[in-house]
Every structure is written in C-alpha cells, then in structure tokens.
Design a protein around this ligand. Structure first.
Ligand code: SAM
Length: 241
C-alpha cells in the first residue's frame, strides 16, 4: 500500500513514521509513506498557502491553488483522495478496513479555518473525521487513520491473532489481558488463564469480551454477529447486572 500525506508541517510525522508498528511496516516494505510539504506547491516566493476569507471575519483559509497542484501532481489514477475534516464521515472499523483495501491513499491535512471549499469539490473523493471535535490540524487525524489502516495490512501486526481479536473486529470489544506478575496489589490473574486448558481459556475470553461489551458499549451488541451460545452468556451476564 502507498500512502502520501500532504501538510504544511511535515516534521510532525518524523518520529511517528520512524518507530514501532509503522516504522517496521515501512522497513519491511509492507507500505510506503511519503510526507509532502504543501509549500512546495505554493506559487509565490514566500510560499504563502493561506489567505483572508471572502466575506470577512474568522481566521485564514488555505488557498485552493497549492492544494489543486499538489493533489494533481501526487495522485496516481488509483489514488483515493481523503481530506481530513471534522465534517467528514466518522472513521470506524468498517471504514478503516475499506481504506486498507485501497492500493493508494492521498491524505490532505488542513490547518487554520480549513481548505478553500473548491478543493473538496474538485479533487477530493471523501472527507473523513476522527470524531466530533475540532483539532487545529489534520496531521494528528492522519496519524490516527494511518495507524489504524496499517494494522489491517497483512503481516504488519506480528501475530495475525492479535488483530483478529481486536475490539470491533467482530462487532464486540476485546477480552481483558493479563501478564506477569500473577498478583498485582491483591488482584490475582483469573485462574482459568493459568490452567493450560485452551478450550476453557477460549470460552472465558469470549465471555469476558461479551461482558466488556455489555458493560462499556452495549450499543454494539445490536449489530454484532452473535451465536446462540453468546446469547446464553449474555442472558446470564444480564441476570447478574
Ligand atoms: N473550521 C473548520 C470546521 O469547523 O469545520 C475546522 C478547521 S480545523 C481548525 C483545521 C483542520 O484540522 C481541518 O481542515 C482538518 O484538516 C483538521 N481537523 C480538525 N478536526 C478534525 C477532525 N475531527 N477530524 C479530522 N480532521 C480534523
């Protein structure tokens, strides 16, 4: 997968792209990520990319021309052009998986009051938001999107299993995790996890995933794919609530 990110603050991505999962994915050739400075497409010698808003008031607006030139120069035919925006459709598991199936992504990170509306109309395929709040720039939103999408690329996360059981993957939350030591300030690891009985561990994990979902995000249960056994477990858990 190839991802290009356009921003006026490329340096924000330096450490993000160098370490951990993303760094390893790039090193292993699973994906390439290029960060491009929008100012390289500014027309004047001061590399200005913003201007006052028509109609007055408010803050500065990012000019259309540098964005249009950048997108047209950087996007290949197969590129899916995403503008990070609080007005976009909300990023969720389904959207992340859909995006991870694309060969090429081009991400537009806005700043100030946002990007001149004509850019969206002329060269953007989709606006995506990471939540109902306003950030100062699209860079952190792009990082969220890139990290979530990269986890879906086969081979990026070491153990396929750890993605397979991630929260939301099958419509419910993940089960709780424990590691050494066995006792932490009087809280012991559940006995079943020490039993060596893989079937019992799997049953316990499913039950605890359902419990976490019921307690923290009951709304997810409406759309989750649940077996008869899951419904029995939920019935029991509800009885104890
Ligand atoms: N005036 C705009 C509005 O209210 O719709 C907000 C502009 S915001 C200060 C500047 C940039 O941050 C946006 O162009 C966008 O790229 C990014 N941004 C802000 N909030 C975001 C969010 N929730 N999701 C994705 N990008 C966001």
């Amino acid at each position: 997968m190839q991802i290009k990110i356009v921003t006026i603050f490329p340096e924000i991505f330096d450490s993000f792209l160098g370490v951990s999962l993303i760094g390893r994915a790039i090193e292993a050739g699973r994906c390439t990520i290029e960060v491009v400075d929008l100012r390289a497409y500014a027309r004047d010698r001061h590399r200005v990319v913003d201007d006052e808003p028509y109609g007055g008031g408010g803050g500065m607006v990012m000019k259309a021309e540098p964005w249009l030139e950048a997108v047209r120069d950087l996007a290949a035919e197969a590129s899916w052009r995403v503008q990070l925006s609080p007005q976009g459709s909300r990023l969720d598991e389904a959207k992340v998986r859909e995006l991870s199936g694309r060969e090429r992504l081009l991400l537009l990170c806005g700043r100030y009051e946002g990007i001149d509306e004509r850019v969206r109309k002329l060269v953007v395929d989709e606006e995506i938001s990471i939540g109902d709040y306003v950030l100062s720039g699209g860079e952190t939103a792009a990082m969220v999107l890139v990290e979530a999408v990269a986890r879906q690329i086969p081979g990026v996360v070491g153990l396929a299993d750890s993605v397979e059981n991630d929260s939301f993957r099958h419509g419910i939350l993940d089960y709780p995790h424990y590691t050494r030591p066995r006792d932490v300030e009087g809280l012991a690891v559940p006995e079943v996890l020490l039993s060596g009985d893989h079937a019992a561990v799997a049953r316990w994990r499913r039950q605890e995933a359902l419990r976490a979902t019921l307690t923290k995000r009951p709304d997810l249960l409406e759309a989750a794919e649940l077996s008869d056994e899951d419904h029995r477990i939920l019935g029991r858990l509800r009885g104890k609530q």
